[in-house]
Design a protein around this ligand. Structure first.
Ligand SMILES: [Zn+2]
Length: 431
């Protein structure tokens, strides 16, 4: 048994050596790090899904000692950069006029399968990593994350929260159902600090990479209770401390000013949406070093639906959508000018999956420089996700997550709406 095992290891090592996979991208323009100026005519050498080297000029396999067959990828006419990162998505769902009905008819298997379709669309749009901040089935999102990680199906790298931690009757609870049909099924509903610690640990137990909770009410819950604070300060501190103790970061859904500030005071890593932040809030952001994830595309989407598609949302949601949606770009502008750290995030799933790049355009419209938008979608999002060691720049040793566009996004950001080329962990998804 022991001998067999040892031989097995030797055999698999020998196979791995023979099967090293090499490719070289010839990049006309390479923006290896969004904080620095792009450089022209570079070669990115990729070995087994990781960046092996970056060399000036266009080299070939003959210039690499020890490499066998090398695939040359010609992007000489393109602008090449790191794959983008969407810090706020819901991969397994996409809103429809039948949300309440879906809540009792959709199975975990349904969510996993449709999630695989959506994941592919997001990847094709140039996003090689996403943070899934809440699924209707954590079984589905964790399974999807794991099978993509194994390379069995194409998709972006997923960091997943599992269920959203919410108070009873809060934005993450199943509100609007008859209690005998759909009461409180989720282990992520909690009340009081101790119970909230339990809820966080329950997500960790089943595989969460990050913790997401609702600090305030939300737009898309069928209740008229608004967007004010929903968890007490003590509950929020319990959630955040418990997650941090296990090395997990915490994202707080927050619209109202009071709720945003209580989350910041409690030590949260990112505020999602941040609609009602003001100058005082900006100061608090800077003091704590938390990120804002602005989700402008979600704001635009709910306003568009509420005004153009009567009957899609119930009246309580229409009122909130019209009120909150338009605030988000103003909030981003205030935060940006005030020096708040900003990480790219769309809330894709509210918008349809695959148009995630539109957030880039909206961020520029809200007053950010194109360079800062590109930093938010790469370097900063990688930092927020705690994955700067593997993603966010095109750099030796990092994952070969690389995209290319025909134009220069530093001059016209919309060129990234349709990437020419997408590679995730060394595997080509679009070319
Ligand atoms: Zn969301």
């Amino acid at each position: 048994m022991v001998i067999g095992l040892a031989l097995g290891i030797i055999a698999s090592n020998a196979t791995a050596a023979q099967k090293d996979s090499w490719s070289i991208i010839h990049a006309g323009t390479l923006m290896a790090d969004a904080r620095k100026a792009p450089v022209s005519q570079q070669s990115i050498v990729i070995k087994n899904g990781k960046i092996f080297a970056i060399r000036p000029g266009y080299i070939t396999g003959a210039d690499l000692s020890g490499a066998g067959k090398v695939k040359i990828i010609d992007l000489k006419n393109d602008f090449v950069m790191a794959g983008m990162i969407d810090s706020h998505v819901h991969v397994t769902m996409q809103i429809s006029p039948h949300e309440l009905e879906k809540g009792v008819t959709t199975t975990s298997s349904d969510y996993a399968l449709i999630g695989a379709v959506y994941a592919r669309r997001i990847l094709n749009a140039g996003f090689t990593t996403v943070r899934d901040v809440g699924a209707s089935s954590r079984e589905a999102i964790f399974a999807l994350r794991d099978i993509i990680r194994k390379g069995k199906i194409p998709g972006p790298r997923i960091l997943a929260a599992g269920y959203i931690i919410s108070p009873l009757g809060g934005h993450g609870d199943s509100v609007g159902y008859r209690p005998d049909v759909f009461g409180t099924p989720s282990s992520a509903i909690c009340n009081g600090a101790d119970d909230c610690r339990r809820a966080v640990r329950d997500q960790i137990k089943y595989g969460a990479d990050v913790i997401k909770y609702v600090a305030t009410g939300g737009v898309l819950t069928a209740q008229a209770s608004g967007t004010g604070q929903q968890f007490t300060d003590a509950e929020q501190r319990a959630i955040i401390d418990t997650a941090h103790m296990s090395g997990l970061k915490v994202a707080a859904h927050a619209h109202g000013k009071g709720g945003i500030e209580s989350a910041l005071r409690s030590g949260v890593d990112s505020i999602e949406h941040g609609s009602y932040l003001d100058k005082d809030t900006v100061k608090l952001f800077r003091k704590t070093g938390a990120y804002l994830v602005p989700t402008l595309l979600a704001g635009k989407t709910v306003v568009d639906i509420a005004t153009k598609k009567p009957g899609f949302f119930p009246p309580s949601i229409v009122a909130k959508a019209k009120q909150v949606g338009p605030l988000m770009s103003h909030a981003l502008n205030l935060a940006y000018k005030g020096g708040v750290k900003i990480a790219f995030g769309t809330d894709s799933g509210v918008s349809v999956h695959g148009i995630n790049g539109q957030e880039l355009v909206l961020m520029v419209k809200a007053g950010m420089s194109r360079k800062d938008v590109l930093i938010a979608a790469t370097v900063s999002a990688a930092d927020l996700l705690g994955r700067s060691n593997i993603i966010g720049t095109v750099e030796k040793g990092k994952s070969a997550d690389i995209i290319a566009a025909s134009g220069n996004p530093l001059k016209d950001i919309s060129t990234l709406l349709h990437p020419d080329f997408v590679m995730a962990r060394g595997v080509i998804a679009v070319e």
